[in-house]
Design a protein around this ligand. Structure first.
Ligand code: ATP
Ligand code: TZE
Length: 537
């Protein structure tokens, strides 16, 4: 019987010497990747003669062993035995698990590839030490691969794997499926990593299974800077805790906590990259500035990566977007995802036309948006309800159904996307799929001034960027403060209608900048009681 083994799959480098940049050597390249944070290495040489494969394996093992990074050989048990490395990874056309175990002994690591339920069952029956699940996306490094699973397919396969007991009497104790470490493989790069990590777990499913890491080939092997690239992979894998775990933590929605969210905006002054509609650009920039954050509007793909490197937030609003702009929208989210920056997506008018539906599903299906914020019909359309009929960009509260109906859909979207959903309306709903907060504040003038929903996206993005570890609370604080400021502004003596209200609203939001100062502000410090206005469900 094989024994439990300790190894770290966080960043699993699979080599392919044909991808190396000119002048690079395999051993040196792998060492650089390890310096950057690769935790385990698989030597994969499909076309090399046995003698050369063993020679290369020995050379590489001499380098990896002192660093404590396990070296596995792809397919070839004979090579693994000759090299004396830590184990092998086998596919279904290769040596069987049982033969490999016989030849290698109990102490070596043996991993199996899993692309479907049938292979998962076989891997469970074998009780292998880890599984490589994929291909996640189509990839040139393995042209003969099975059809890509996509994140949805990966998630359901992981859920299935979690149900498999494993071999009787093994050290897994009948819980192979929940315990066996799994890495995702196939086309994973820095752009899609966030999406993969978040999307691979169903937060409310009883068969919860997390990835233990990601396996990468070309993004590291073909890079001229393997150490730098690996550092980025490692940082993202380490910094993105499984979302569902964070969701179950105690969520503090007190006044002091809310104030600290805005204080952090002033202290960190995050940059907020906006791709937003032509109607609200100026107002959204001023709302962002009022809080103490720094807005920038840019729609040129060539600068997205540099902008994302400032580590701020992204507002993606498709209010006046065109079909031609779709690749640009996606490029912006991917740049933000690659840097781990929060993204607030506003699917303006998603329930109104087929182009808008298409754009919204293109963004949501191909990237990770930390927050999807929209009015009732927009959220329902993004969720995929066909019968949503939105007239233009505004919502029709009468058509949206009861509050409970709205909460159900907002939650369902958050569960599906593993993110936070804000559904605005006369009552704003904020949910991460398990927690639900309602904010019944604001003022009717908000519906009479265009872009109040859009600029709420700027406030959420600023709060998320300044409070990256408190995303749910930051979103609640943003929504509550925004609508409280609207109410407070409407009560000012010089406010007579939407136009004067808009000016007073900006002034009121601006007061939030001073919420860190103890000295009493002129007038009522309205932010002191924000949390009391939130209803927690
Ligand atoms: N009747 C109302 N009473 C109070 N507040 C409201 C009302 N209607 C909307 N709001 C507030 O207005 C803000 C924007 O919500 P709304 O649902 O109008 O967004 P939207 O349709 O996306 O707006 P826009 O497209 O104009 O930017 C939210 O903070 C919401 O609470
Ligand atoms: C009026 C309008 N049209 C497209 S975007 C927008 C701003 C409010 O959503």
């Amino acid at each position: 019987m094989s024994s439990p083994k300790k190894f770290d799959l966080s960043v699993y480098l699979v080599t392919d010497s044909s991808l190396l940049p000119p002048g690079a050597t395999l051993v040196d390249h792998v060492l650089k990747a390890i310096r950057g944070g690769a935790t385990i290495v698989q030597l994969r040489e499909k076309k090399m003669a046995t003698r050369d494969f063993i020679k290369l394996g020995r050379e590489l093992h001499e380098a990896t062993k002192p660093l404590g990074v396990p070296l596995l050989i792809n397919d070839r048990v004979d090579v693994a035995v000759a090299v004396g490395c830590e184990g092998i990874h086998v596919g279904w056309d290769d040596c069987s698990y049982e033969d490999a175990r016989k030849l290698l002994g109990d102490d070596k690591i043996i991993g199996l590839s899993v692309s479907n339920k049938e292979q998962a069952e076989k891997a469970a029956a074998a009780g292998c030490d880890y599984i490589g699940v994929g291909p996640l996306y189509a990839t040139k490094t393995k042209p003969d691969h099975s059809p890509p699973l996509g994140t949805q397919g990966l998630r359901s396969l992981l859920e299935y794997i979690a149900t498999l007991p494993g071999p009787e009497g093994s050290h897994w104790g009948g819980a192979w499926g929940t315990k066996v470490p799994a890495v995702a493989i196939g086309g994973i790069n820095l752009d899609n990593l966030h999406h993969v990590m978040y999307q691979s777990v169903s937060p409310q499913h009883e068969n919860k299974k997390y990835l233990s890491g990601i396996a990468v080939v070309s993004a590291i092997m073909a890079s001229p800077e393997p150490e730098e690239v690996c550092k980025k992979f490692r940082k993202m894998v380490d910094e993105v805790p499984p979302f569902a775990v964070r969701q179950s933590l105690y969520i503090e929605l007190g006044n002091a906590k809310f104030k600290s969210i805005f204080q952090n905006v002033v202290i960190n002054r995050p940059i907020v990259h906006h791709i937003t509609n032509n109607v609200v650009k100026n107002f959204s920039a001023n709302v962002t500035l009022a809080l103490g954050a720094s807005p920038i509007m840019s729609e040129d793909m060539s600068e997205f990566s540099e902008l994302a490197a400032f580590k701020g937030g992204l507002v993606l609003n498709m209010g006046t977007s065109t079909r031609e702009a779709q690749p640009m929208l996606l490029a912006a989210v991917k740049a933000a995802n690659a840097h781990g920056n929060p993204v607030v997506f506003d699917p303006v008018g998603a329930g109104a036309t087929s182009l808008r539906r298409e754009t919204a599903s293109m963004v949501v299906g191909n990237s990770f948006c930390d927050v999807i914020k929209g009015n009732e019909q927009e959220i329902m359309a993004v969720y995929g309800l066909d019968n949503v009929k939105q007239r233009g960009v505004d919502s029709d509260p009468a058509a949206a159904g009861s509050l409970e109906h709205k909460i159900t859909h907002a939650k369902a979207l958050a569960v599906r996307e593993r993110n936070i959903v804000v559904m605005t309306g006369n009552v704003d709903i904020v949910t991460d799929g398990s927690n639900v907060c309602l904010c019944n504040d604001g003022h009717g003038f908000m519906g009479d001034v265009t872009g109040t929903g859009c600029s709420l996206g700027s406030v959420i993005a600023a709060c998320l960027a300044a409070n990256p570890l408190d995303k749910f609370v930051a979103t609640c604080a943003a929504v509550c403060a925004y609508s409280a400021a609207a109410r407070v502004a409407a009560g000012k003596k010089d406010v007579h209608g939407p136009a004067s209200w808009q000016v007073a609203f900006l002034d009121t939001l601006y007061q939030l900048r001073h919420c860190r100062e103890d000295a009493p502000q002129k007038g009522y410090p309205w932010w002191e009681s924000l949390a009391e206005r939130v209803e927690k469900r």
